[in-house]
Design a protein around this ligand. Structure first.
Ligand SMILES: [Cu+2]
Length: 345
């Protein structure tokens, strides 16, 4: 039970800042002379209704524009390597920059359900609320057994719900751009004063305990029942920052690709990260269970796989159709790290 709900939407932003565009930054990330024909989801390329494949040549909107946003040598201990390849001028919490943060007001002692969404394109956020511990109750919309933590690391498209009981005062909620320079800020306030935390404030909790998704235990109501897989699917996550050739099994996305399943099957999907970078991998249309050591793990639809590690998830094929499996690093997916799960008749 809770008294109030506080939704926190986190974002990384460059579109329109000093002439930058996401497509322009993608062009900066690609090695010179590389064609962009594998891109299928960009604006101006929605000519699929004509039956023609997307143009193999970069359209004018894909010319690099604005200053270089390419980030070299970022490092994150939590992400076991480079955190990202794009340096953002702005990190936002509920659409606001840190010098003009949004404020959530409540009374001391009230219990708040905080729903945190990483809507960014290329940034993991490490999130903490000064002076408070977080009680994690849900991830990606599915309940877990309550677990307290100081901070959470949230990949692109991941969602976490946490409970906090408000203390009395003014408390910065900081979303650190993990391994990058900058942060997003929002403020929890119970008093009537006018003080605003400085934009660069860094609560101690950010350097405290960070519970990863694999340590969460699903609530009894959503535990995936114990069942042997009918089908095992192994996919390698491939590509390098230098070539910017992100893909699965060394192939860039093609809309004819199919990873077949049949309705009714229990599927075990193993994603082997053969790259030097982490990826937030997302499956549409299903909610998988992380596989734990001796029991099914938390239910999720997006999960972080660290460099040279694997992510093993189980799901029930119970939603016939064609479903995207892709990296939720938008620049990775646009450069080819997408494929399709397809139900067989
Ligand atoms: Cu990726």
């Amino acid at each position: 039970k809770y008294d109030k709900e506080w939704i926190l939407m986190l974002d990384d932003w460059l579109d329109g800042v000093d002439g930058s565009t996401p497509d322009g930054v993608l062009a900066q990330l690609m090695p010179a002379g590389m064609k962009m024909g594998s891109m299928a989801m960009g604006p101006g390329q929605d000519d699929h209704s004509s039956g023609k494949p997307a143009s193999p040549h970069a359209s004018p909107s894909h010319k690099s524009s604005g200053p270089s946003r390419v980030l070299h040598g970022s490092h994150s201990q939590l992400l076991r390597g480079e955190a990202g390849s794009v340096n953002y001028p702005l990190y936002l919490a509920n659409g606001r920059i840190p010098t003009q943060p949004s404020t959530f007001r409540c009374r001391p002692g009230e219990r708040i359900r905080l729903r945190i969404i990483n809507a960014g394109s290329e940034t993991a956020f490490r999130v903490a609320l000064a002076g408070h511990r977080l009680t994690v109750t849900h991830t990606d919309g599915y309940p877990v057994q309550h677990r307290t933590t100081d901070a959470l690391l949230i990949g692109m498209a991941e969602r976490y719900d946490v409970l906090v009981t408000a203390k009395d005062g003014v408390f910065p909620l900081v979303a650190l751009a993990e391994g990058k320079k900058g942060q997003a800020l929002a403020v929890l306030r119970t008093d009537k004063g006018r003080t605003v935390p400085p934009a660069g404030v860094r609560p101690d909790e950010l350097d405290g305990e960070v519970v990863p998704a694999r340590r969460l235990v699903p609530a009894d109501s959503v535990v995936l029942d114990d069942r042997e897989p009918d089908r095992e699917m192994r996919i390698r996550v491939t590509g390098t920052m230098e070539k910017y050739d992100w893909g699965f099994d060394h192939e860039q996305y093609d809309e004819r690709q199919r990873h077949p399943v049949r309705a009714g099957e229990r599927v075990r999907l193993t994603l082997i990260n053969a790259t030097d970078m982490w990826h937030p991998l997302h499956l549409h249309g299903h909610t998988f269970a992380l596989t734990g050591l001796d029991a099914a793990g938390a239910r999720k639809d997006t999960a972080i796989v660290l460099p040279h590690r694997k992510l093993v998830v189980d799901f029930d094929a119970d939603n016939p159709g064609l479903w995207m499996l892709h990296c939720h690093n938008q620049y990775h997916s646009e450069s080819g790290m997408m494929t399709i799960l397809g139900y067989r008749k």
